[in-house]
Design a protein around this ligand. Structure first.
Ligand SMILES: [Zn+2]
Length: 200
């Protein structure tokens, strides 16, 4: 094996060991030439226990650290606290227009903590048309979860989350008349019925 390859492998193992032992890694990303120190960004992120780091490297030099996740990282827990786990509107055509309701509505009082149903990365946090304050989490394995009509959000795009991390509080922002969480699960870009994932 060439000495350069040995060095790359050693660097990879060292980074992986750091993440596994501390659970928290300080990531340094070179945005430009390595000798241009002014363009070096430092990102601190807590690695979700079920995620691992893939390191993109080029000719022995680390260019970026990319979070990926195993396929088993599916949205498996309820996105709200135990109280008020009541689904009022299901994944089916509803209303006068018989339009498909793309998620489920979980009745909870305003202010109820809303949590990530699996680890992942926040792909969107802000106002969505009709959805009000909302958060989307990319679980990096084809699954994405949406949390809508929030009173407010506590995360921003790019945040790395573990399963159960609070992302905001329930409310009735957007097109909602009562306090509830509108919860969607998308698989490969298509909404699927969340009830199959809410069996706990
Ligand atoms: Zn809804």
């Amino acid at each position: 094996m060439k000495p350069r390859h040995v060095a790359v492998r050693a660097l990879f193992c060292l980074m992986l060991l750091t993440v596994l032992t501390s659970g928290c890694a300080t990531l340094t990303k070179h945005a430009a030439a390595p000798d241009d120190a002014s363009d070096t960004k430092t990102i601190t992120a807590v690695a979700p226990p079920e995620a691992y780091l893939a390191i993109v490297e080029d000719v022995g030099r680390v260019l970026a650290y990319v979070y990926t996740a195993p396929p088993s990282q599916i949205p498996a827990i309820w996105p709200v606290e135990a109280s008020g786990r009541y689904i009022s509107d299901c994944f089916k055509p509803s209303g006068r227009s018989r339009q498909q309701h793309k998620g489920v509505d979980i009745i909870v009082p305003r202010g109820t903590p809303v949590c990530a149903s699996a680890g992942g990365r926040v792909s969107f946090a802000g106002l969505g048309r009709g959805y009000g304050h909302m958060v989307k989490i990319d679980h990096l394995n084809g699954y994405e979860t949406w949390y809508a009509h929030l009173d407010f959000t506590l995360v921003t795009a790019g945040d790395i989350l573990s399963s159960g991390d609070q992302i905001g509080c329930a409310g009735h922002s957007g097109n909602a008349t009562t306090d509830h969480l509108h919860y969607e699960i998308h698989k490969n870009g298509q909404p699927v019925n969340p009830e199959a994932f809410l069996k706990q």
